[in-house]
Design a protein around this ligand. Structure first.
Ligand code: MN
Length: 137
């Protein structure tokens, strides 16, 4: 890891893979892990209706909402609205999803690390429309 400024122009926006997300979701890498750090930072932009599949992170995840209006649900809990400036703390190995509101986009930073074995995210099935459209608590 050496000191430098990584310019936005060095990266390209990617369309998030359809086997892990529902709807149109865009990913911009902010930082990819460099030894000895395991930190990965991604800016994720969800268009209205866009969300992750259900998934779990080996050592948890932090989300920081930058713009728009979004949704977050930890399995077994109610759907929650998330708004700019909010930090979402997601414990290790906990099934959850996050995404935009049905009628608003949402952009967040996603910060996560891999575990000692290199495992990071366990991707699972899509979030049903019934779960997604539940009125937030
Ligand atoms: Mn997550």
């Amino acid at each position: 890891m050496k000191s430098r400024i990584v310019r936005a122009s060095e990266g390209a926006t990617k369309i998030a893979p359809a086997d892990k997300f529902v709807g149109q979701v865009l990913q911009d890498q902010v930082f990819v892990p460099e030894d000895p750090s395991r930190l990965r930072v991604t800016r994720v932009t969800f268009t209205p209706g866009g969300r992750t599949n259900w998934h779990a992170h080996a050592v948890g995840q932090i989300l920081y909402v930058l713009s728009g209006a979004g949704r977050y649900q930890l399995e077994g809990d109610a759907v929650r609205e998330i708004l700019p400036g909010d930090t979402v703390v997601i414990p290790p190995k906990s099934r959850h999803w996050h995404g935009a509101a049905p009628d608003q986009m949402m952009c967040h930073l996603a910060l996560s690390e891999s575990d000692d074995q290199g495992a990071a995210t366990d991707w699972q099935e899509p979030v049903s429309d019934a779960d997604y459209t539940a009125v937030p608590a």
